[in-house]
Design a binder for this molecule. Sequence first.
Ligand SMILES: Nc1nc2c(c(=O)[nH]1)N[C@H]1C(S)=C(S)[C@@H](COP(=O)(O)OP(=O)(O)OC[C@H]3O[C@@H](n4cnc5c(=O)[nH]c(N)nc54)[C@H](O)[C@@H]3O)O[C@H]1N2
Ligand SMILES: Nc1nc2c(c(=O)[nH]1)N[C@H]1C(S)=C(S)[C@@H](COP(=O)(O)OP(=O)(O)OC[C@H]3O[C@@H](n4cnc5c(=O)[nH]c(N)nc54)[C@H](O)[C@@H]3O)O[C@H]1N2
Ligand code: SF4
Ligand SMILES: [Mo]
Length: 686
Amino acid sequence: MTQTLTVRGACPHDCPDTCALLTTVEDGRAVKVHGNPAHPHTDGVLCAKVSRYTERTYHPDRLLHPMKRVGPKGSGQFARISWDEALDTVASRLSAISACDPQAIQPYSYAGTMGLVQGESMDRRFFHQLGASLLDRTICASAGGEALTQTIGGKLGMRVEFFAEAKLILIWGSNSIGSNLHFWRYAMAAKRAGARLVCIDPRKSETADKCHEHIALMPGTDAALALALMHELIVNRWLDQDYIDSHTIGFGNLCERALLWNPERAAAVCGINADQIRRLAHDYGTTQPAAIRLNYGMQRVHGGGNAARAIACLPALTGAWRYRAGGLLLSTSATVPAQRSALQRPDLLGPRRPRTINMSTIGQDLLQPSSPSFGPQIDALVVYNSNPVAVAPQSAQVVQGFAREDLFTVVLEHFQTDTADYADILLPATTQLEHWDIHLSYGHTDVLLNRPAIEPLGEARSNAQIFRDLGARMGFRDPCFADDDEALCRQAFAPASGVDFDALLRDGFAHPAVPEAPFAQGGFATPSGRCEFFSQRLADQGLDGLPDHVPNHEGAGSSSSYPLAMISPPARNFLNSSFVNVTSLRNIEGEPLLEIPPTDAAVRGVTSGQVVRVFNDRGSYHCKAEVSERARPGVVNGLGIWWRKMGLNGTNVNELTSQALTDMGRGPTFYDCLVEVQVENPACAA
Ligand SMILES: Nc1nc2c(c(=O)[nH]1)N[C@H]1C(S)=C(S)[C@@H](COP(=O)(O)OP(=O)(O)OC[C@H]3O[C@@H](n4cnc5c(=O)[nH]c(N)nc54)[C@H](O)[C@@H]3O)O[C@H]1N2
Ligand SMILES: Nc1nc2c(c(=O)[nH]1)N[C@H]1C(S)=C(S)[C@@H](COP(=O)(O)OP(=O)(O)OC[C@H]3O[C@@H](n4cnc5c(=O)[nH]c(N)nc54)[C@H](O)[C@@H]3O)O[C@H]1N2
Ligand code: SF4
Ligand SMILES: [Mo]
C-alpha cells in the first residue's frame, strides 16, 4: 500500500512572495508541490517555476556526490570522491591559507535560498571563526535598502494585503506579474474594485499591459520624475501639511529642490511627455488611499539610491501613510526582527576586523594582487547559494578571475552551473525538500518554517551540515558548531518577537503581530523619528542631504559608438539564473532574446529571429532579436539571466554590464549600460 504524506514547507527562492508549500510524498518520493491554501498570502497558488519543483529536485543532472576537478579550470571535468576526501582537502587547503592570512579566504553567497539557516547561520559562524574576509552582499537590493534606511528608517513599509483596498496603485520599476505574483493578485482585486493602476517602467512589461497607464521613461530617470511629481504637489497644494509638519524633516529644503524640476524639465530627462507627469501628479495628489509598489528594478543604475529616496518621500507629502492601503512597499524584511547575531555569531571574530569585499565587483577583486590598500590576494573562494559567473556584472573579468590557476575554489550546489564549472571541489547540497529552514519574507510579514519532505538525494548534505562538518575537520571547538539544523531554526527568533515555534511546527507559518499602517502616526525608524526628506546622516558623509536626479554612468547620448541603453530584467520562468536548466521552463522561455524597438531595429536592418551581436567595450553577447514595442525607443531589453553555457556564444547579458556602483549602498548598476547591436550573420536568420 502506498504511504502518502503531506509536508509543510516554504519556498526558498529570492522572491518577495515567500509562499507556503505543501509537498505530497508517496513512499518517500515527493510527487507534487502545491501552494498551501491555509496560508492567506499564498492562497493555494504557486508560480509556474515552483509548481514544477519535483522536476528540479529529481533532475537527472542533480549533483549527488562530492567531486574534484580533473580537467583544466572551467572545463567542467570532475571525478567522484568521498565526503572524507572532499572535507579533508577543503579543510587542509583552508587551514594552510589561514595560517598565513585568513583574509585570503573569501566566502561568496547570496539568496539561492533565502532561508535563515541554510543561508546565514553555520556558514557565517564558520567564516567568523576562521577570520575570513567578510562579504558585502550588495548584488540585489543595497541601493534601495540604504535609501529606505535614510528616508523612513529601514526596510519597512505597507502590508502587502492592503494594496487590495487602494484607490490608486503605482507599480514602479517592477514587473509584478512575473516577479511578485501574489502582490499582483491584490492589485487585481483593487482594480476590480475601481482602482487605477499605473506602471512606471522603460519596458512595456506584461504588467504594463494590464495597467490603465504605462509611463515608459528612460532607465535611470526615476528621480527626475519623482521630483517633478513633488513640484506639482507643491505648486497645486496637494499636500497634507499637518502630516508634513508633524512627521517629516526638511520640507523647506525639499521644496527648493523640487521647484527646480518642473514637468517640462523632467519630461526632457525621462523621455516622456510633460502632460503625462501632470496627470500622474494630479492623480497621486488627489486620490486616497494611494499606494506605491516600488521594486528593485529602478535602483540598478548610478542614481538608484537617490531615486528610491525621492520616491520614498512622496507618501509623506500627501499623508498617504495615514491609511493602511496607502504609503509605499519596497521591502518589509526588517518588520519582524530575526536574531541574526545568535545565528551568525559575529562574536567568534573576537577582536579581529577582517576586510570586506563587495560581491558586485568580484571580477575586479579576484584579479587584484596583494597590496597594502587591498590586503592579501584572494587565494580561496567558497561559493554557495549563488552563481556569480552568470549573475555578477562584467563576466569577462569574473571568468578571468575564476580561471586563475592559483585560486582554490569550493562550490556548494544543486547543479553544475557556470560557476560550478570552475570549482576545484564541488559539493552536493540539499534542496528545500530535503532540509530544515526558517524564513522571513521581504514582500509580506509572515514567518514560515520548512520541514524536510524527503531524505537527501544521493550523498547531498545541507549547507549548514557541510559547514558543521568542515568546522569539525578544522578543530573548531565552540559548542555552537554542534547545533543541528532544527536547533538553528529554533534560535532564529527570540520569544519576545512573537514568533511561536509550536505554531510554526503545526501550521508551517505564523503571523507575528504587525501594525496595519506602520507610519499612520509618524514614528519612523530614523534618528529623528520623522520621514527624513533632508538626511543629516547623508550630509555628514559628504553626500547630498536631499534626493536629486543623478544621471547614469552611461547616459543615453553620451557615446556615439554605443547609442542604445540596455536593461536586463528577469525572465518570468527563471529565477535569476535558477531554473534555466529545467527543461520544461526553458522551453517556455525559448532562447536568449533581445527586444529591440522597431525604429532602432529598422536603422540597423534587424528583423525578428535574426541572430544579433550586442556589444560594447566590455564584450559581445550573441542572441536572437525580437523587434518589439515592448522596448521603448533608444532602449533594448536583454531578458533573463541565462546560463552562459546555454547561450549562443557561451555568454549572457552580463558580458556587457559594468562593475560601476550605485550612489548609495555600493550596489551594482546592471541597468546602466550602453551597447550597440549589429546583425551577426544573415545566414543564421530563422
Ligand atoms: N519570475 C521571477 N521572479 C523574480 C525574479 C526572477 O528572476 N524571476 N527575481 C527575484 C529577485 S532576485 C528580485 S530582486 C525581485 C525584484 O524584482 P525586480 O528587480 O523589481 O524585477 P522586476 O519585477 O522584473 O522589475 C524590474 C522592472 O524594472 C524595470 N526597469 C529597469 N530599469 C528601470 C528604471 O530605470 N526605472 C524603472 N522605473 N524601471 C526599470 C524593468 O523593465 C523591469 O520590468 O524579483 C524576484 N522575483
Ligand atoms: N544582468 C543582470 N544581472 C543580474 C540581475 C539582473 O536583473 N540583470 N539581477 C541581480 C539580482 S536581483 C540578484 S538577486 C542576483 C542573483 O544571483 P544569485 O543569488 O547568484 O541567484 P541565482 O542565479 O538564482 O543562483 C543561486 C544558486 O544557488 C543555488 N542554490 C539554491 N539553493 C541552494 C542551497 O540550499 N544550497 C546551495 N549550496 N546552493 C543552493 C541554486 O542552484 C543556484 O544556482 O543576480 C543579479 N544579476
Ligand atoms: S518563486 Fe515566488 S511565487 Fe513562486 S512559489 Fe516561490 S515565493 Fe511563490
Ligand atoms: Mo534580487
